[in-house]
Design a protein around this ligand. Sequence first.
Ligand code: SF4
Length: 695
Amino acid sequence: VIDQGQADHAVITTCAYCGVGCGFKAEMKGDQVIRMTPWKDGKANRGHSCVKGRFAWGYATHADRLTKPMIRAKITDPWREVSWEEALAHAASELRRIQARYGVDSIGGITSSRCTNEETYLVQKLVRAAMGNNNVDTCGRVCHSPTGYGLKTTIGESAGTQTFDSVMHVDVAVVLGANPSAAHPVFASRLKRRLRQGARLIVIDPRRIELVDAPHVKADYHLPVRPGTNVAVLNAMAHVIVTEGLVNDDFVRARCEDRAFDEWMQFIRRPEHAPEATESITGVPAADLRGAARLYATGGNAAIYYGLGVTEHSQGSTAIMCIANLAMVTGNIGREGVGINPLRGQNNVQGSCDMGSFPHEFPGYRHVSDDKVRAEFERAWGVPLQSEPGLRLPNMFDAAHGGSFKGLYCQGEDIAQSDPNTRHVVAALEAMECVIVQDMFLNETAKYAHVFLPGSSFLEKDGTFTNAERRISRVRQVMAPKAGLADWEVTCALSNAMGYPMRYAHPGEILDEIARLTPTFAGVSFGRIAALGGSVQWPCNDAAPEGTPIMHVDEFVRGKGRFMITQYVPTDERSTRRFPLLMTTGRILSQYNAGVQTRRTANNTWHSEDILEIHPHDAEDRGIVEGDRVAIESRAGETVLRATVTDRIQPGVVYTTFHFPECGSNVLTTDNTDWATDCPEYKVTAVQVRKVTGP
Ligand code: SF4
């Protein structure tokens, strides 16, 4: 880091990377940011930060930033720089032309978890009110949509139950399908502090993640689950709790639906769920599983922290319901130090979901078929709205292949890079007649676009992000938008050009509209956030004017908690003679998502190439040694990486990250999705690995 001297002023804002949502001071000299320092009053980070938030903001001023709108007739044509007016008029007339020719449902929009709440709200409003359909989705589809479905079904709200502060009251932490040391470092350091104070730790992960044997921390149990078998492991834990008499009867009888609980008890008692019966499926030794279940049920305050290793599976939603079953059956919900804690990968996954960017829900998770709710939005927005859910992201691709989906507005999301089975996505984009990309950089999706609208970085925006603990924090503009318009202004201008008026003087007015239309946000405003010290956790309304740190305290949001039957169903993606290994994916500390931001900063010097982790036995079988180039082939595609031989990964499983798109782990991932939400099964891909010889 280069010390660039004394700042003349500072602006408090929120990190643009992970779902911890750290508060930062942008230290300024004139209109230039010279340093980002963690904000000591930030309630999510309390003065701490990691290498991403602290040092990796240089992408905002990177030479690759595009600042001029561009259009072209065909994707093989060169781009032509045009004025904002011409670009927006062209985009609007193309979208209307497509609707006139192919029907009102032939276009849609995609929002991003990297955009603010206000921007996301506007995109779904544009789709519903200006385009006249519900074809809106978000990248939350491909990460935490099962969290939304599973938690709504069981406890009534699509959100984590606690604050990060609550970890300091935890006696037993279960870290499941997550690697906080790399992906949520500020939370990880608080968790480690609590572990060093004596809290116990259970890690459930195919990989021996850093937490398992971090300095001065030792996991009591590491359950090395085989990819794709989380549900069998979690059911086995519940089986132990039930059959060994560890149920919290008082909690369950007072707080949960009797009938659903009784049915679940019958289901979970069945011998097929016993750890000894599931050991050959999950790879987890029965004795360890029994020990972990007993510890979770009897060790005091027990909290589950989980990540994409739970959700990105064909049974992602089922696994979330298993987690809720475990929390309810032991009474580990509704107070400090317990609960269900999704660790969100991106800064505003929670917010983008809250803001109604799924095709079936208005802001606040209310179904579009609810006549009363829809009437409220129709009154506020002044247009009739569709009552049928629209297309999800993968359905848009399928419809494009089928010729019925022809136009897409994509804000801040690089679907050609981030979504599974790249070939399928690219073919869908090529089949469309108008793809509009709004982004800071000419990303992979822009290669298939007809209109490019330059986007703004977090340093150029006003608004709010909502982190993994439902904390709504202010994002403050520290420099003018490089392209002249902020992202929210671009969406408004596109809507106006399409003939549906959208006028706001400032993002604060957008948040006021959100608050008027969303009961859980009813008390939220820029003013309230400032008065409460810079952030507030929703629900924030008349019943909870200062926000809600812990949910489900006296009763669940849905009233009584509902146990769900969670039958384990093996994924179709199994190892075969042709593809004998299972590939899973994750993150590293210095990079973020597809690397669009971090790889344009000094962080790239720390880790500039992707690797494939392979167990020594599997490496030896294939004649692979450390540093070899290896080809990885799945039924979807093939790529080449450098091998690292390590026993951090179990035999039969290989591991890579998704930070380096040119190596393309998504070239390999398949079309399998979660049964309830269509979240892709990124975490299980059957592959073969062979050493590459020659150039
Ligand atoms: Fe905090 Fe996450 Fe940003 Fe790191 S990346 S500074 S942990 S919000």
